[in-house]
Design a binder for this molecule. Structure first.
Ligand code: GDD
Ligand code: MN
Length: 413
């Protein structure tokens, strides 16, 4: 027997891609097992021990040694991860991941799956609101051939214990909205908001998931190759310890998630995947560029117009251009390349990215002038058409270089 160690799992980095084999630290045993169950936690110190004990008892009986529990904690200030870690000697099938540089429920689940060794990947809340017994029925459905087994509040045997009218209304409203925006995804299950489900690794292998907020099941159905879906009714229990982390922010994120998934699963989205060009990112980049034109114009007017500050034109234009570049940078960082920026949030890194963006834009400006002159002098003697072509070139250049440099700064350690 190997000595039981209680070292933490290393946190996978990079894109949220599920590979055929688990991410490992090197020395670790990575033989495949049957089932990996991720338990995402944030401030669950009063629940963690119960959850781990109940789940372990259940799974030890069902499949001794052939499962693992993966607790993924986002560095909870109440020390949930530490408690989980201290339980490791007692529960050898449990592994613990402490994330310090990323947060959010969905990405926690995927990071857990990336470290998982199971052929079946599952998730369950860490607050006992998801009844553990239902695991047996979910596992049975998978054994019987389902690709995805979802615990549902909205079929026979399901329900919510004592939700207020408002919460029920909000939940159903969100579902209805989802059905309108993404019928082909939400129409497939009765409870698309469920955070209690399991899926075959083979259905999501090789895929990069882009979840926002809470609803990871939408990603799995929307992007995965899921054929057969089974549902098992369950009653969403009341919380006994701790509190829910749901706020209005999750509703906003949910709508954003729906729209993005919609874009990715339309013909355009699929086309952009086959030709390997990020169309939606390019559209965002283009829109941001357009906003920059307005900023540039407005500032130029404010600075140079005889009725306002009446400063010299060239100086005004330099300031206007720089402010527009700053504007574009902010939007691109927060929107176009948000997924990348999320991983490099330090102020130093942001500043470096901004300087880099500035250089690229400057080179873009030179290209702009060059193309404008070439086209105007040799091809089309119309300055506006020539300028349009020049702008198109510069935009593509700017986008392409930023994309190739991955909107990242290299970190020297
Ligand atoms: N690692 C990590 N990071 N875990 C988190 C985070 C986070 O940022 N936010 C929440 N969690 C964990 C919680 O500790 C809990 O174990 C689980 O995720 C669910 O969070 P709650 O805050 O308890 O959510 P809820 O009970 O209101 O919401 C649940 O709604 C659905 C039904 O509408 C969802 O989480 C679903 O799982 C559930 O089925
Ligand atoms: Mn909960």
């Amino acid at each position: 027997m190997l000595a039981e160690s209680n070292s933490l799992l290393s946190v996978p980095t990079g894109t949220l891609k599920i590979s055929e084999f688990p991410h490992t630290n090197g020395g670790e045993n990575c033989e495949s097992i049957y089932f990996s169950l991720v338990v995402p936690t944030y401030k669950e110190r009063d629940n963690i021990e119960n959850v781990v004990r109940i789940l372990s008892q259940l799974l030890d009986e069902l499949m001794p040694g052939d499962y693992e529990l993966i607790v993924v904690d986002d560095d909870s200030p109440d020390g949930t991860w530490e408690i989980a870690q201290s339980l490791m000697p007692e529960y050898p099938q449990m592994r613990v991941m402490r994330r310090q540089h990323e947060r959010g429920l969905s990405s926690a689940v995927i990071r857990g799956w990336q470290a998982a060794r199971g052929q079946i990947l599952g998730v369950i809340d860490g607050d006992l609101q998801h009844p553990p017994e239902v695991l047996m029925q979910l596992l049975r459905s998978i054994k019987e051939g389902a690709d995805l087994a979802v615990a549902s509040r909205h079929i026979e045997g399901g329900g919510v214990s004592s939700w207020s009218f408002t919460r029920r209304l909000l939940s159903r409203g969100a579902q209805l909205l989802g059905l309108i925006i993404l019928p082909r995804v939400l129409g497939r299950v009765s409870d698309p908001m469920s955070g209690y489900f399991m899926v075959r690794r083979s259905c999501i292998v090789g895929l990069t998931l882009y979840p926002v907020g809470y609803k990871i099941l939408l990603e799995v159905i929307g992007r995965g190759n899921v054929d057969q879906i089974a549902e098992v009714g369950y009653v969403f229990c009341e919380r006994k310890e701790g509190e829910s982390k749901v706020s209005w922010k999750q509703y906003v994120e949910y709508i954003y998630h729906l729209l993005r998934l919609r874009l990715a699963t339309t013909r355009w989205g699929r086309f952009s995947q086959t030709i390997d060009f990020p169309i939606s990112r390019f559209i965002r980049f283009g829109l941001v560029g357009l906003s920059g034109v307005f900023v540039d114009m407005a500032v130029l007017y404010l600075l140079s117009d005889p009725t306002t500050l009446a400063l010299p034109l060239t100086r005004s234009k330099i300031v206007a251009g720089e402010i527009a570049i700053f504007n574009n940078f902010l939007w691109n960082d927060a929107w176009t390349f948000a997924d990348v920026a999320m991983r490099q949030q330090e102020w130093r890194q942001r500043l470096k990215r901004f300087l880099k963006f500035n250089m690229i834009c400057l080179a873009g400006l030179v290209l702009n002038l060059l193309v404008l002159n070439l086209v105007f002098n040799f091809i089309i003697a119309n300055p506006y058409i020539a300028n349009l072509i020049a702008i198109a070139f510069a935009t593509i250049w700017n986008f392409w270089v930023n994309l190739k440099l991955s909107w990242q700064v290299t970190q020297v350690k």
